[in-house]
Design a protein around this ligand. Structure first.
Ligand SMILES: Cc1cc2nc3c(=O)[nH]c(=O)nc-3n(C[C@H](O)[C@H](O)[C@H](O)COP(=O)(O)OP(=O)(O)OC[C@H]3O[C@@H](n4cnc5c(N)ncnc54)[C@H](O)[C@@H]3O)c2cc1C
Length: 301
C-alpha cells in the first residue's frame, strides 16, 4: 500500500511527487506519457529559464529528481479507480497492474484537439505555433501571425491575439463543420482580423522558432512568422475521477478547494490543467506543490 498514488506524471504530478517524496512518503506515479507537456517544444515564460526549456526535458529532469527521493513510476494508463471499505484507493492500469494507495492525486491534464492531417504542425508546437495566449502571446508581439483553428474558437483566439499584433489572419480549417457566427465575424472585422475559409494542408517553417507560411488546400501560401492553434474540442482528462464520484464542471474540469486542492471526494486531490482553472506550466507546478502539502497533512492525521 502506497501513501499516495498520482495518476498523471506531467508537470503538476511530478512537482507533487517530488514534494511528497521529500516528506518521505511512499509515492507511485502512473503515467502514459501523452500529455501537453510531452508536446510543448519550448516553455518561454518560466522564471529562471530565459532561454526556455522544452516540456520533454523538464519532465525528464522532474522524473530524475523525483526518483532521487524514492518516487516510483509505472509507465501505463490508469483505466479505473475505486475506493475500498478501508477508504484506500485501488487503481487498475491498462496492462493489468493494480495499485493500492491511501491518498490519490489526479493530475491527468487536458488533451488538445489537433487535426492530424496538417503536415508539419506538431514539429513546431510550442516553439513557433502556440496554444495559450497567456503563456505565449508575447512571442507574436508586432509579428505577422496566423491562427489555425475552427469556427468561433479560432475567431475568439484571433481577437485575443490582437492585443499583441495587428497582423493577424485567421484560417478556419473546417469551415463547413464549424461556421463562424455573425457575432465573431463582426468582432474579427472590428479587430482587423482577416478570415480565410479553407482547409490547411501544411505548416512551413524557416526553423523551429519561425514559420515561413501556411499552405492551404489549393496550394496558396499564407505568409506568417508565428501561429496559434484554436481548434476547440479540447478534453479535460477527468473520466477516471468521475468513477470515484468526483464533481466535474460542464467542460470536464474538476473544481477543487482553492487552498488545499482537494476535490469533493475525501482523500482525492486534483492539480494542474485538469483542475478548474489553470492551464499554465507555472500554475501546474504551484498546484502540484500545494496539493502535496495538504496530502502530507492528511497522511499525518
Ligand atoms: C504546445 C503547447 C505549448 C505550451 N506552452 C506553454 C508555455 O509556453 N508556458 C506555459 O506556462 N504553459 C504552456 N503550455 C501549457 C502547459 O504545457 C500545461 O499547462 C502543463 O503541461 C500542465 O501540466 P499538467 O501536469 O496539468 O498536465 P500534462 O503536462 O498534460 O500532464 C498530464 C499527464 O497525465 C498523463 N495522463 C493522463 N491521463 C492518464 C491516465 N489515465 N493514466 C496515466 N496517465 C495519464 C498524461 O500522459 C500526461 O503525462 C503549453 C501547452 C502546449 C500543448
Amino acid at each position: 500500500m502506497y501513501d499516495c498514488a498520482i495518476i498523471g506524471g506531467g508537470i503538476a504530478g511530478l512537482q507533487a511527487a517530488l514534494q511528497l517524496g521529500r516528506y518521505m512518503h511512499s509515492v507511485v506515479v502512473i503515467d502514459n506519457h501523452a500529455g501537453r507537456s510531452t508536446k510543448a517544444k519550448k516553455y518561454g515564460n518560466v522564471l529562471g529559464w530565459p532561454e526556455g526549456i522544452s516540456g520533454p526535458e523538464l519532465r525528464e529532469r522532474g522524473r530524475d529528481q523525483a526518483r532521487e527521493v524514492g518516487v516510483e513510476f509505472i509507465e501505463d494508463k490508469a483505466v479505473s479507480a475505486a475506493k475500498s471499505k478501508d477508504k484506500s484507493f485501488s487503481i487498475t492500469c491498462e496492462g493489468g497492474q493494480v495499485v493500492q494507495a491511501k491518498r490519490l492525486l489526479i493530475s491527468t491534464g487536458i488533451t488538445d484537439r489537433i487535426p492530424p492531417e496538417i503536415d508539419g504542425l506538431r514539429q513546431v508546437l510550442g516553439s513557433a505555433v502556440y496554444v495559450c495566449p497567456d503563456c505565449d502571446g508575447y512571442e507574436i508581439k508586432g509579428k505577422k501571425a496566423v491562427v489555425l483553428g475552427t469556427g468561433n474558437a479560432g475567431a475568439a483566439m484571433a481577437c485575443v491575439l490582437q492585443y499583441w499584433s495587428d497582423q493577424i489572419t485567421y484560417i478556419n480549417h473546417e469551415p463547413e463543420e464549424y461556421v463562424v457566427s455573425k457575432h465573431w465575424e463582426t468582432k474579427c472585422k472590428e479587430n482587423g482580423v482577416t478570415i480565410i475559409k479553407s482547409r490547411i494542408s501544411s505548416v512551413h517553417q524557416v526553423d523551429s522558432e519561425r514559420l515561413s507560411g501556411i499552405e492551404l488546400g489549393d496550394g496558396e501560401i499564407v505568409e506568417a512568422e508565428k501561429g496559434f492553434i484554436a481548434f476547440g474540442g479540447s478534453k479535460a482528462e477527468s473520466d477516471i475521477a468521475a468513477q470515484l464520484g468526483v464533481e466535474r464542471l460542464e467542460n470536464g474540469h474538476i473544481p477543487v478547494d482553492g487552498r488545499t486542492k482537494e476535490t469533493n471526494v475525501k482523500y482525492v486531490w486534483a492539480a494542474g490543467d485538469v483542475a478548474a482553472h489553470s492551464q499554465l506550466l507555472t500554475v501546474a507546478i504551484g498546484d502540484g506543490a500545494q496539493a502535496a502539502i495538504w496530502i502530507h497533512k492528511s497522511l499525518q492525521e
